[in-house]
Design a binder for this molecule. Structure first.
Ligand SMILES: [Zn+2]
Length: 197
């Protein structure tokens, strides 16, 4: 159960527009001076003590509007480039993911020398990759969005299943040969939110 925090503090809110920036003002008993927070979702929030002049808030935002707009624009570009799990994202990145997987499988397999079947790119919701008994390797198209060391880890992981189908010590020994820091990479991948097979 989540309990709502009881608030004795009086909180008031108002909104305004200054220098092309939409902002809101929180009046807070705890605030000692004017503070501006820019949020990732594009909100600009000023927190001020009670009795603080809204005119001063507006003037301050106007004065800093170039700086604030720059940062808001940056947040917007980050939001727009974040991967979206849509069919459009899949068709846009399938080819890129395939080229990446093909190239890196070949690269690491020069070391391992396994017999690799087909490489498939899929739009899996919960898996980064999998490997079939026939030796086919399947990868999530979202490997195209990952930093190179993480997509390499996924590729090495699936490739090593061609040498050992389970997650035995023998398997991890194989992985370690080309990804000695695999434990750390796995931790980072967990943050990305989907499983690998
Ligand atoms: Zn595995």
């Amino acid at each position: 159960m989540i309990q709502k925090r009881k608030r004795n503090r009086k909180i008031n809110c108002s909104e305004g527009l200054a220098g092309g920036i939409k902002y809101s003002v929180n009046f807070s008993k705890r605030a000692r001076k004017l503070k501006i927070a820019l949020h990732y979702d594009g909100r600009c929030v000023a927190t001020v003590p009670f009795g603080f002049s809204e005119r001063v808030v507006r003037k301050f935002i106007e004065k800093k509007s170039d700086w604030l707009l720059d940062h808001l624009k940056y947040f917007e570009s980050v939001r727009n480039s974040a991967p979206r799990n849509t069919s459009g994202d899949f068709s846009d990145n399938k080819e890129k993911a395939f080229i990446l997987a093909r190239e890196r499988v070949d690269y690491f397999n020069r070391f391992y020398g396994f017999s690799v079947g087909k490489i498939n790119i899929r739009a899996q919701k919960t898996r980064w990759g999998s490997c079939s008994r026939k030796g086919n390797l399947n990868f999530n198209y979202r490997i195209a969005h990952l930093p190179r060391e993480l997509s390499d880890y996924i590729i090495i992981h699936e490739l090593c299943h061609l040498g050992s189908f389970d997650h035995s010590k023998r398997f991890w020994d194989l992985v370690e040969k080309t990804a000695p820091n695999h434990a750390e990479l796995r931790r980072r991948l967990k943050i990305e939110g989907i499983r690998y097979g």
